[in-house]
Design a protein. Structure first.
Length: 319
């Protein structure tokens, strides 16, 4: 029957061979493309986690290295605080005693003895006999007199030496009362040396900043950046991480024992115990990371063997 006038005739067209080939290629290639994309994403995620873990391990090693220097300063300052020369007010003898401690292996730069009014009764970086008012340190000195506890300062500008420093202020206690404050200062160059001794990759920039967000030391271009504030974004992220940091995991080993410790909040219990399980049952010993940590440990041991406390203890045991 012929179509009526005005009606349209529809004819179904079969797909061409080219379109069928395109469809076949896409049908075969699409799963492979999706699989490669998923594998790539999984690889990136795992590598990011590895980098984060390695960075965390390196940061902890740096913290331990810096803490060793600061703890040495606190220990020596507290030892000097018990000097009989202070009791007899023989400050000239105390000046000589403090100066003798300032050997190349000691991390501190100088010692200062303050009274309650933040007056420097002596400063080993200056000739003996000079009495120097130190208003820049008055708030820190007053805090030590109030609390009776050592204090680690932020980066500050030392008026007597006309240079930036970080200081540890330790109390000199007699009959349960703070009578003086002894301070040991650290120069940024020394803290920067501690960072460089950790044998970090040459392209990795590492720095130390204080509670005010001011750079105290830096591995690259320290003369350009030390004393300048870090970016507000970095500081805000750091404070956020401080608030979020609610668990820690650590291990130690002796000759015949292995010990571990974990601190956590109950809200993060599942995640914390999963990390503990991975650390115990699936530890990783990547050769390059192992060699880096080995070199860092050897450097730390060599540095520790030159510390005054270690040398004194070894000499005493030998005699």
């Amino acid at each position: 029957m012929a179509p009526l006038q005005g009606e349209h005739k529809y004819v179904a067209r079969l797909p061409t061979i080219r379109s069928q080939l395109y469809s076949l290629v896409w049908a075969c290639a699409l799963p492979a493309i999706l699989g490669i994309a998923l594998l790539t994403n999984n690889f990136i995620v795992r590598e990011r986690k590895t980098i984060q873990q390695d960075t965390l391990i390196t940061a902890r090693a740096l913290i331990q290295a810096v803490d060793r220097d600061l703890n040495t300063g606190i220990t020596v300052a507290l030892a000097l605080a018990n000097s009989p020369s202070i009791d007899s007010r023989d400050f000239a003898a105390f000046y000589r005693q403090a100066t003798d401690v300032l050997r190349p292996e000691f991390p501190g730069y100088n010692f200062v003895l303050h009274d309650r009014d933040s007056v420097q009764l002596l400063n080993t970086a200056r000739p003996y006999g000079e009495v120097y008012p130190d208003p820049f340190s008055a708030a820190r000195i007053a805090q030590v007199f109030k609390t009776g506890k050592p204090l680690i300062s932020n980066l500050f500008y030392a008026g007597a030496l006309k240079r930036p420093l970080v200081a540890i202020h330790a109390p000199v206690v007699r009959d349960g009362k703070v009578v003086y404050v002894i301070s040991v200062a650290f120069v940024p160059e020394r803290l920067g040396q501690v960072l460089r001794e950790q044998l970090l990759p040459a392209d990795r920039v590492t720095g130390i900043f204080d509670a005010n967000g001011v750079l105290v030391a830096r591995t690259h271009d320290p003369e350009k950046y030390v004393g300048r504030p870090v970016s507000p974004t970095l500081m805000s992220r750091f404070r956020l991480r401080q608030e979020e940091a609610s668990m820690s995991l650590g291990f130690g080993a002796a000759l015949d024992t292995v010990a571990g410790s974990m601190r956590l909040l109950s809200a993060n219990r599942d995640e914390a115990f999963e990390l503990l399980r991975l650390a115990v049952s699936e530890p990783r010993f990547d050769q390059d990371r192992f060699e880096q940590r080995r070199a860092q440990t050897i450097a730390a041991l060599n540095q520790a063997n030159q510390r005054p406390g270690t040398v004194a203890q070894r000499t005493m045991m030998a005699t």
